[in-house]
Design a protein around this ligand. Sequence first.
Ligand SMILES: Cc1cc2nc3c(=O)[nH]c(=O)nc-3n(C[C@H](O)[C@H](O)[C@H](O)COP(=O)(O)O)c2cc1C
Length: 178
Amino acid sequence: MNKILSFGGSNSKKSINKTLANYAANQVKDVELTLADLNDYELPVYSFDLENESGIPEKAKDFKALINDADGIIISLAEHNGMPTVAFKNVFDWISRVDPKTWKDKKILLLSTSPGARGAKSVLALMKEVFTRFGAQIIADFSLPTFYDNFSEEGIKNIDLSKDLEQKIKSFETSIKQ
Ligand SMILES: Cc1cc2nc3c(=O)[nH]c(=O)nc-3n(C[C@H](O)[C@H](O)[C@H](O)COP(=O)(O)O)c2cc1C
């Protein structure tokens, strides 16, 4: 069975991005799901000196192993001042020190959401470019604006947004089963 890894690019315990990533992951049929939480991979702030003195922390290697093991990855990025959160950037930097080719050929459904009307579109565009430069295949991307208006436990309330995401999840599902 194909393996899907899903996580939010945030260390907020009530992360809306973790909620959105896991919601999307649960729609992918007949796959083995791993719903990761960046809080379980807390790492010291990356520093060249720390790496030289103490090496790469085990948790960075563990997170990289999750990525390696996945046939497809669903990430929903939180946006802090137009950029990824420190927590996500930190994990990204540490795993690049384990292996800079970690993301190569990985199939990614890239999402973002925020309470605001732009739905974290800036970080989505930025990281789409970065992941592509690292050799990942962005199968589709989707931004959900005004999370608290548009999302409920039953899913996405706005029909057009709901259909758009549904279709992108299907494309992602098809791509990982090829
Ligand atoms: C330091 C900081 C900066 C933020 N900057 C942005 C921003 O640039 N764009 C945006 O849409 N939301 C911004 N927000 C609001 C976040 O989108 C909001 O906190 C959201 O819940 C983060 O996602 P998460 O719940 O998955 O952590 C910011 C929040 C904080 C704390």
